[in-house]
Design a protein around this ligand. Structure first.
Ligand code: CA
Length: 235
């Protein structure tokens, strides 16, 4: 496999340097830009495999940079947003605009590298059309069979309702990726579902109870507070 090029768009030099050192020692090639404009220029001239994008840039809104990246044909380029802890609505907006994931500052090397690996795997799956609906998903000891409409957790059959099954299938289709409440709502209940996320929360609580999840130590589904849900992937 050729070296993946990662573009880091971040105005804070200490963060940018810290990320680049970690990426280079993990075997990636890096490009850096301290502004949105330079980031876009590098993006369109080098076509990197992944972009780490800070939302707080000096010259333009990071969401605007994301919009321009997503307006091109390079849909397979993964974009991970770098954001501050208290910017929930911004994160959700970025995810709904096509960002693949986000990392909350401050973060450690292990976390960045794990998120990058997940995103690249996901992009790879989409390229190879494996991202399409499958007959059977096996993620850890969770098995979801779309042909027979059966779910097994730790060897035990779990009986889900139609919507619970749809939600879990959606999560299985995107292992390791955070799915926003809005994304799941639209896919399961349709574009005119309206209202809040209460129905989704209720369904999710039922799924977890049926899977035998321990709420303090989730094994299958992680809640991303104020954002959505993520199916845990085996590392
Ligand atoms: Ca910044």
């Amino acid at each position: 496999m050729s070296e993946t090029v990662i573009l880091v768009v971040e105005d804070e030099a200490t963060i940018s340097n810290f990320i680049c050192r970690a990426l280079v020692s993990a075997g990636y090639k890096t490009l850096t830009a301290p502004t949105g404009r330079e980031g876009l220029t590098l993006f369109f001239s080098h076509r990197p495999g992944l972009v780490l994008l800070d939302l707080g840039l000096p010259d333009m809104d990071g969401l605007e940079v994301l919009e321009q990246i997503r307006s091109g044909p390079e849909e397979e380029t993964a974009v991970i947003i770098l954001t501050a802890r208290d910017r929930e609505s911004e994160k959700v907006k970025a995810l709904d605009m096509g960002a693949d994931d986000y990392i909350v500052k401050p973060f450690g090397v292990a976390e960045v590298l794990a998120r990058i690996r997940t995103c690249l795997r996901h992009a790879q799956r989409l390229r190879s059309a494996e991202g399409e609906r499958r007959e059977r998903y096996e993620i850890g000891d969770l098995i979801l069979d779309t042909a027979s409409h059966q779910v097994f957790a730790a060897g035990r059959e779990v009986h889900l309702t139609q919507n619970e099954f749809k939600i879990l299938e959606l999560l299985c289709l995107h292992p390791g990726k955070v799915l926003t409440y809005d994304f799941i709502m639209r896919r399961v209940w349709g574009p005119y579902s309206g209202g809040g996320n209460q129905i989704l929360r209720v369904n999710m609580a039922n799924i977890r109870r049926k899977l035998g999840e321990n709420p303090s130590e989730p094994k299958y589904i992680l809640t991303e507070l104020g954002v959505g849900y993520r199916l845990l992937e085996e590392s």
